[in-house]
Design a protein around this ligand. Structure first.
Ligand SMILES: Cc1cc2nc3c(=O)[nH]c(=O)nc-3n(C[C@H](O)[C@H](O)[C@H](O)COP(=O)(O)O)c2cc1C
Length: 230
């Protein structure tokens, strides 16, 4: 038993991605506190490659309108390719994730319009008062995206401690133009993902979605002897 680890694990067990927010903004000082904690994230040669653009009301809703229009009118085209296929066991996990969300929202499997509306809500950032758009200097190459992923984990840890609800959002990266133009993200940066930030609407069905995790053996292999002879 380790009290600090127990505390962290409890926080992680309690958290979930939030897909319906109250309109109340998070005070800027609290957001700065969260990002300041995440600045301690380690990175390759300490280059700290994450660039973060945080929207505040009323601009968040204006950007959301543009993103919804972009999502309605064009095919997704993220700058970093999204997965094209999900071989087993990822396929089953992905289906489980979608099914948990649609069940929570009361959307039937064959309800195409309901699923489309739920998908489109990504581009309204689930009504969050803030969207953090995260980019990385493309001249560093894709390996450094790992650093940004590590940083995201730190942000989410700090958010859990501060009670800031959130949803990481790959979806917004699929329509990068409004983000790049309106936020002034330079062409030297690649847009990686967004993070919707705010306070959860506790009454929203989408926020009842809970996902499962595999047992540790599914992901972690210990090796005390070589698998093949040296
Ligand atoms: C990098 C990243 C991108 C994600 N993008 C989206 C997204 O665009 N839309 C969404 O609804 N959820 C998104 N999620 C949330 C995942 O679906 C969610 O983390 C996963 O299903 C596990 O559920 P939980 O976060 O509630 O534990 C994303 C998560 C990560 C880490």
């Amino acid at each position: 038993m380790n009290p600090l680890l127990d505390e962290v694990t409890k926080k992680w067990t309690e958290r979930s991605s939030i897909r319906a927010f109250k309109p109340d903004p998070v005070p800027r000082a609290t957001l700065v506190e969260m990002f300041a904690s995440a600045q301690r994230a380690p990175s390759w040669c300490n280059v700290q490659p994450w660039h973060v653009y945080v929207t505040e009301p009323p601009f968040t809703a204006q950007l959301a309108d543009e993103m919804i229009a972009a999502a309605k009118s064009g095919l997704p085209h993220s700058e970093v390719p999204f997965p094209m296929e999900y071989p087993t066991p990822y396929k089953e996990r992905r289906i489980g994730c979608g099914s948990a969300l649609y069940t929570a929202m009361g959307i039937a499997r064959d309800d195409k319009a309901g699923r489309y509306d739920a998908w489109l809500r990504n581009y309204g950032f689930f009504d969050a008062p803030h969207l953090a758009v995260v980019s990385c200097d493309r001249r560093l190459g894709p390996y450094l995206y790992i650093d940004v992923g590590v940083w995201l984990g730190y942000v989410m840890t700090a958010a859990a401690a501060l009670g800031i609800d959130n949803c990481p959002m790959a979806s917004v990266a699929a329509y990068p133009e409004p983000l790049r133009t309106r936020l002034g993200i330079p062409d030297t940066d690649v847009i990686l993902f967004g993070i919707a930030l705010g306070l959860a609407d506790p009454a929203a069905p989408a926020n009842r979605c809970r996902t499962t995790r595999e047992p540790v053996e599914a992901n972690v292999t210990f090796a005390s002897a070589p698998v093949s002879a040296p």
